[in-house]
Unconditional design. Structure first.
Length: 87
């Protein structure tokens, strides 16, 4: 686990919303980027992202999806790689 790493959170995962100060449950699979890790713990702070331009002839890219930051266990996330461009 390292800062800047892209991860995937599956729908129905429970996590802590920093902005809302409440637990939330995701209603869709969500791509996130790790913003901060914690020492001696599995907890990470992540920011939600959105995949754009995943079409032939374009270069897929991630952009921010809102201003919220979430906290959850790293073990509840999965590896995620940005798709390769289709030319």
């Amino acid at each position: 686990m390292k800062n800047g790493e892209n991860r995937l959170i599956r729908k129905e995962t429970k996590l802590w919303s920093i902005s809302n100060q409440a637990n939330i449950i995701l209603d869709e699979d969500t791509i996130v980027t790790i913003e901060c890790t914690t020492i001696g713990s599995d907890s990470v702070f992540v920011k939600p992202k959105q995949l754009l331009f995943n079409f032939p002839g374009y270069i897929p890219t991630l952009i921010g999806r809102g201003v919220d930051e979430w906290s959850l266990s790293y073990s509840k996330t999965e590896s995620y790689d940005i798709p390769q461009a289709q030319f």
